[in-house]
Design a protein around this ligand. Structure first.
Ligand code: PLP
Length: 430
């Protein structure tokens, strides 16, 4: 496989942007190679600048559940772009998207559109603090909620100590108010609530974590989290930026039978354009400006193109519930095929899958939290990744990401991927 033009473009971009990229993982650092520069996407395929093509399992990090350039999404975008790209005023398409979400998800009575998942989680925290009048936030090890200061915090030395900034530039003062708890650990979260429950404004969690590989909450943990937050008057915030409209149209909360107080969205809700959103009970959402005292705003929020891409994508998903059955069937097919290869070749691997999100970890340990996820051999993943790319399969360039199936994948593509994995795993074994 030739990547000459990509390499040339990368050399140029490195002079212009830190690391040559606008989001760190795109630099391919953890898989030890230079990134292909993509030129075009169609269906389940990505095409790079050197005319290589790949079966895409990244889907722009999740949004493209219908595949690249879905004809209806493209057509609607063409229609709306001719009417103007941004007005900074209310538009009907914003309300259409809002209504569709509110009608579909029982915990959402009102919603606000923003421009990214980061904005959604950042503002949900501000709203939780404003609404409860409290300052502390609980997040979980291995969960990622975007890059706002309050959420770029890792665990302190003990369960109940203050968090520690996970990036220079995040102050100790900010870290003081973020407590990092252990995912799926009921005793740990009970201890935290016992100690500081009255100060906790909100608990934010990825119901199916997708940023330490794929790791679902257990039902018991989810239930206990709901009980504790209710008991102490803290808000339960589900970060469904990745899982929203992905693991089910009604989102991960429907799989757990739990209504969070606030839900954050991103990715699929924007149909491939920059959108985030957060929503919840009316009483809480009315605390936002202009009705309430908690401030939030955005020049391009509710942008008509982005709203149209999101509305069209969600309408297709809602109107065709069989899409989710197909996505899951193909995800199971891929998972089972990979398991078979792993067994035949004699590699230690462990799998997690929820709907069309899956992850193969290079460890024999069952992955249930950050600690167990960290036992995965990332060197082996890097070899696997490079071998798959060589064979035209584009996986996430990091072990700790999800593999996404889209509606554009076919059984043949899955089969081809399983065969490629067999060859790649043999290289991993060498
Ligand atoms: N929350 C989760 C669960 C995510 O996976 C991400 C991004 O991957 C974010 C929040 C941040 O979203 P964005 O990258 O749109 O700011």
């Amino acid at each position: 496989m030739k990547l000459d033009r990509s390499l040339q473009l990368f050399e140029e971009s490195k002079k212009l942007m830190p690391g040559g990229v606008n989001s760190p993982v795109r630099a391919f650092s953890s898989v030890g190679m230079n990134p292909p520069f993509m030129k075009r996407g169609q269906g389940a395929y990505l095409y790079d600048e050197d005319a290589n093509h790949y079966i895409d399992y990244v889907a722009s990090w999740g949004p493209l559940i219908l595949g690249h350039c879905h004809p209806q999404v493209v057509e609607k975008l063409k229609e709306i772009v001719e009417q103007g790209t941004s007005f900074g005023t209310p538009t009907e398409i914003e309300s259409k998207l809002a209504k569709l979400v509110i009608e579909s998800i029982p915990s959402i009575e009102m919603i606000r559109m923003v421009n990214s998942g980061t904005e959604a989680t950042m503002t949900a925290l501000r709203l939780a603090r404003g609404y409860t009048g409290r300052s502390k936030i609980v997040k979980f090890s291995g969960n990622y909620h975007g890059h706002s200061d309050a959420l770029l915090i890792k665990a302190g030395s003990g369960a109940l100590t203050h968090g520690v900034p996970s990036s220079p530039g995040v102050t100790e003062e900010t870290a003081k108010n973020t407590i990092t708890a252990e995912f799926n650990d009921i005793e740990n979260i009970e201890a935290i609530f016992k100690e500081v429950g009255q100060d906790i404004a909100g608990v934010i969690i990825e119901p199916v974590a997708g940023n330490m590989g794929v790791v679902p909450m257990t039902k018991e943990f989810a239930q206990r989290l709901r009980e504790l937050t209710k008991e102490y008057g803290s808000l339960l915030i589900f970060d469904e930026v990745m899982t929203g409209f992905r693991v089910a149209f009604e989102c991960a909360q429907s799989l757990y039978g739990i209504e969070p107080d606030l839900t954050c969205f991103g990715k699929i809700i924007g149909g491939g354009l920059p959108v985030g959103a957060f929503g919840g009970k009316k009483e809480i959402m009315e605390y936002l400006s202009p009705l309430g005292p908690v401030y939030q705003a955005g020049t391009l929020s509710g942008n008509p193109l982005a709203m149209m891409a999101g509305y069209t994508t969600l309408s297709i998903l809602k109107g065709n519930p069989e899409i989710y059955l197909d996505l899951e069937r193909r995800a199971v097919m891929l998972e089972e095929g990979l398991k078979q290869q792993v067994k035949e070749i004699g590699i230690k691997a462990s799998f997690n899958r929820v709907g069309s999100m899956l992850c193969m970890f290079f460890t024999e340990v069952e992955v249930v939290d950050f600690k167990t996820a960290s036992t995965s051999d990332t060197e082996k993943y890097a070899v696997f990744f490079r071998e798959m790319l060589q064979q035209g399969v584009y996986l996430a360039p990091s072990q700790y990401e999800a593999t996404f199936i889209s509606a554009a994948h076919t059984d043949e593509m899955i089969q081809q991927t399983i065969e490629a994995a067999g060859k790649a795993l043999k290289k991993v074994k060498e």
